[in-house]
Design a binder for this molecule. Structure first.
Ligand code: F2R
Ligand code: MG
Ligand code: MG
Length: 365
């Protein structure tokens, strides 16, 4: 899929992936739950303009970048991604009880981050049982069906970074499945997280010049293999036998169109809600469509276009933008992410630190 990537470029891509995810969450959360019609690209640009002028003002006042005032906080998406990163780094692999504990402790320390309604029950049961069976509480959600929410996919970005070195799709799939099932056991949530992790992995390994056709072909091949290997398809609420593999056809169609599809069309056909199946495809679409020109965004690079486009789709904007930002950051690297955006959003420093630590694990023997 790619040529050899130097250590420096790989580090830039790791940083881009984690920082891109944080920024998508922080900026996207300002619009979460709004209809696309009430967002409009101008409104998103206005908010981004705030970040940019605050940055310029502080720079003019000669304030060091680290001391710039933070404008926007992250939400549950980043809170959970941070726990995934910290646990993988500390354990040099997955320790399900430890990760369950980090998720739960983080929630009880900062419960105001806008978590999903159901997942709080999982955190409570995990804490009350002292993390003894980290998969049981999630398996009991929704009368045993498990959550199909996008909470697994929204936080998964550290996993493809951690698994980068192995370069083994099956191992990545297994890692993502085990991380996701701590809170989301529904097949659609698990496959959504796997789908998102494949997109990040491909962006890490691929060139900056994205070919929409080959990106979709590879993504479809990988996810079809996963869907074919599953046995419990009867629980799935999705419209076809291979839901994620099938929806790649729509992602490809909409991303390849020269004229920008309307937000309504994307929302109706790919989805912009809190379920994994109806949000992860919109994130991949945003990344791919942003490789092409977009009206009113001619002076923005492809990373910036990805975030802005993802938010203008409306609905679950923080989560779609965090997933899209992770893929775009993995593709274009940290240099593509404006310094002004990084300076105004919470916890970017930590994302950079986690990227260095995951990169270190990736390049060491
Ligand atoms: N929760 C939100 N946003 C709303 C409030 C945010 C507001 N800005 C604020 O400040 O308060 N966002 C976050 O939630 C999404 C991720 O959710 P997650 O982690 O998947 O949670 P959960 O509870 O497992 O699932 C979400 C809801 O989906 C429905 N659902 C899931 N599985 C179901 C099933 N098998 N049967 C029926 N319903 C099911 C339920 O309504 C769940 O509560 C992200 O957007 C994140 O940003
Ligand atoms: Mg959120
Ligand atoms: Mg959300």
């Amino acid at each position: 899929m790619s040529g050899i990537i130097s250590k420096e470029v790989l580090l830039s891509k790791f940083k881009g992936a984690l920082v891109g995810a944080v920024l998508g969450d922080c900026i996207g959360s300002l619009f979460e739950g709004l209809w696309a019609k009430s967002i409009q690209v101008e409104k998103v640009l206005q908010n981004i303009g705030q970040l940019e002028s605050a940055y310029d003002a502080e720079k003019d006042a000669k304030k060091p970048e680290k001391q710039h005032k933070l404008l926007w906080d992250y939400t549950d998406d980043t809170a959970m991604a941070r726990s995934v990163a910290m646990s993988l780094i500390e354990n040099k692999g997955l320790n399900p009880s430890h990760l369950a504990q980090l998720f739960s402790e983080e929630y009880f320390a900062n419960p105001y981050r806008g978590y999903g309604g159901g997942i709080i029950t999982v955190f409570t049961k995990l804490r009350d049982t002292e993390y003894s069976d980290p998969y049981k509480p999630a398996s009991e959600q929704f009368d045993g069906a498990g959550s199909y929410g996008n909470g697994g996919a929204m936080r998964i970005v550290p996993a493809p970074l951690f698994a980068y070195k192995q370069n083994d799709v099956e191992k990545l799939t297994e890692l993502v499945e085990q991380i996701t099932k701590i809170t989301h056991s529904h097949p659609s949530a698990v496959d959504g997280a796997i789908f998102q992790s494949f997109a990040v992995d491909q962006a890490l390994r691929g060139p900056e010049e994205v070919n929409i056709g080959s990106f979709c072909d590879e993504l479809q091949r990988r996810i079809r293999e996963r869907e074919e290997s599953e046995v419990t398809r009867d629980q799935c609420t999705s419209p076809s036998e291979y839901p994620y593999a099938s929806i790649v056809d729509d992602i490809r169609k909409y991303a390849s169109q020269d004229s920008l599809p309307s937000e309504e069309e994307i929302s109706e056909n790919l989805g912009t809600d809190i379920s994994a199946y109806r949000s992860v495809p919109a994130a991949v679409y945003s990344f791919l469509r942003a490789t092409k020109p977009i009206d009113k965004l001619q002076d923005r690079n492809s990373f910036e276009k990805t975030i802005i486009l993802a938010i203008t789709l409306g609905g679950d904007t923080d989560t779609i933008a965090t997933m899209a930002g992770a893929i775009a950051g993995a593709c274009y690297g940290i240099e593509a992410i404006p310094k002004s955006w990084q300076a105004g959003c919470e916890a970017v420093d930590d994302a950079l630190k986690f990227a260095e630590q995951l990169h270190q694990l990736s390049v060491s023997d």
